[in-house]
Design a protein around this ligand. Structure first.
Ligand code: MV4
Length: 458
């Protein structure tokens, strides 16, 4: 039984979790840092407990504080949200050892997928297509060069502990490969405490396609279709959409089933995401995320399935409320991530929001913890809102997003709203014709609209 959940997170995702709990009749405890004392999740939760000072390390990453907060409030379960301890296998383990339900996958699944090499091996065994490359970690320069010559240059050296592009280097020749392995390995050691690296054929112009799956503890797994997350800047997603404008219905059904059956073979439960690169008609698995994701909202919008409620039901040991046959896909959804940053320089802009008017109307969803008078703390991630639109088709969804972005007023701080306003009008985006490099290499490096006197026709 789950009667009370401790929310081990902050911001919009803490609010998202509290909203689901309220609708399910489950009590909530907001575990919060000193910096988040005056926050929406703290106000809307049934109870709150301060778990430490502003610094994440001392609060949202402090396992002892979180477990103490769960104990003193009599919570039955802990939801880690997104980021912080959400993919920490040890946290999943100690949560269980202390008698609480961890609302997420098993510690073992988190561990296997946390290491990109063991994750890839598990996928090969489950029959999932992966990027050609080394079978395990690189043990010598000669071994790596031999594999690279077989698969053909350029190759990419990646860190087993990886993610976020850290410890990733491209090599075009044997000489470059030797250097890339050294650089990637020491960067990986510094960032993740794990020097293991592997190599893959470098794909030059892929789309980033990810499949949302959901499993229960009885061996049932469903997929909720794919999301196109190719629009990224420095490995941070900017705008996501579902379904991907680059896939046909056949490819969509194929990759959904590939991910679903792999999760089934793994005995995976809770929410999870399979990440693929898609290039020239082929999919290649790259990583699996063993948590809820920021962009889970757009999969909810096109399926009508509440992913957070399902995660909670599954954690209790209940069966999924859906079988694959009754997952119905409808329409198109997009999400703009609104950050407290300058829209051109991306310099963070924490501070007080003096005025705030969120968009609304048919097909508009705003997932945000901010309000007029709220101060965005400087200590955490800069995302302040997710603006989601849904419509029958992509054109309608895009028109709705343009309209919603025009309504959105956030005063007192800089936000990335102007970037999104420009992005939704860019011809390549409107055409759905983009890959993982387009945003940074073309859209953001293009000169901005020229001044009137220089833009006049000759
Ligand atoms: C790749 C790749 C090209 N070829 N793997 C970047 C972060 C990490 N999660 C995987 N990444 C990539 N792996 C092969 N074999 C290009 C990227 C990549 C990327 C992937 C998804 C979204 C944006 C990206 C931006 C730069 C590089």
């Amino acid at each position: 039984m789950i009667k009370k959940i401790l929310i081990a997170n902050r911001g919009e995702i803490a609010l998202r979790l509290i909203r689901a709990c309220k609708e399910m009749g489950i009590a909530t405890v907001a575990a919060h840092s000193v910096a988040d004392e005056d926050s929406m999740p703290v106000r809307l939760a049934d109870e709150s407990v301060c778990i430490g000072p502003a610094s994440s390390k001392a609060s949202y990453l402090n396992m002892v504080s979180l477990l103490s907060a769960a104990t003193i409030t009599g919570a039955d379960a802990i939801h880690p949200g997104i980021g912080f301890l959400a993919e920490n296998a040890q946290f999943a383990e100690v949560t269980k050892e202390h008698g609480f339900i961890f609302i997420g996958p098993s510690a073992e699944h988190i561990r296997v997928m946390g290491d990109k090499i063991t994750a890839k091996q598990a996928m090969i065994e489950a029959g999932v297509p992966v990027v050609p490359g080394s079978e395990g970690d690189i043990t010598s320069t000669e071994q790596a060069q031999k594999i690279a010559r077989q698969i053909g240059y350029p190759v990419l050296v990646k860190a087993a502990g990886g993610g976020g592009g850290k410890g990733m280097k491209v090599a075009h020749s044997d000489a470059e490969l030797e250097e890339a392995i050294g650089l990637a390995s020491s960067e990986a050691m510094a960032c993740f405490g794990n020097p293991s690296v592997y190599i893959e054929k470098y794909l030059s112009h892929p789309r980033h396609i990810e499949v949302q799956i959901l499993g229960d503890k009885h061996g049932n797994v469903i997929h909720l279709g794919e999301r196109d997350c190719s629009l990224q800047r420095r490995h941070q997603k900017v705008l996501e959409e579902a379904p991907s404008p680059g896939l046909t219905p056949e490819l969509r059904a194929y990759i959904g089933e590939v991910a679903r059956s792999a999760a089934e073979k793994l005995g995976y439960y809770s929410a999870g995401t399979f990440e693929f690169l898609y290039e020239d008609g082929r999919f290649y698995f790259i990583e699996m995320n063993t948590r809820l994701q920021v962009e889970h909202t757009i999969s909810e919008e096109i399926t009508g399935i509440d992913l957070v409620k399902e995660m909670i039901r599954v954690a209790k040991g209940e069966k999924l409320g859906y079988t694959q046959k009754n997952v119905r896909f409808h329409g198109h959804a997009m999400q703009c991530r609104i950050n407290a940053e300058h829209a051109e320089t991306f310099i963070p802009s924490p501070g007080r929001i003096t005025d705030y008017v969120a968009p609304g109307g048919f097909g508009v969803r705003v997932d945000s913890h901010v309000y007029a008078g709220y101060t965005v703390p400087a200590h955490y991630d800069s995302m302040v809102a997710k603006l989601i639109t849904k419509a029958d088709d992509r054109a309608g969804c895009l028109a709705r997003m343009k309209r919603a972005l025009q309504e959105y007023a956030v005063l007192g701080i800089n936000t990335t709203i102007p970037l999104h306003q420009r992005l939704v009008k860019a011809p390549a985006f409107v055409a759905g014709d983009y890959n993982i490099h387009w945003l940074e290499k073309e859209f953001l490096s293009e000169p901005k609209a020229a001044a009137p006197e220089t833009s006049a026709a000759a």
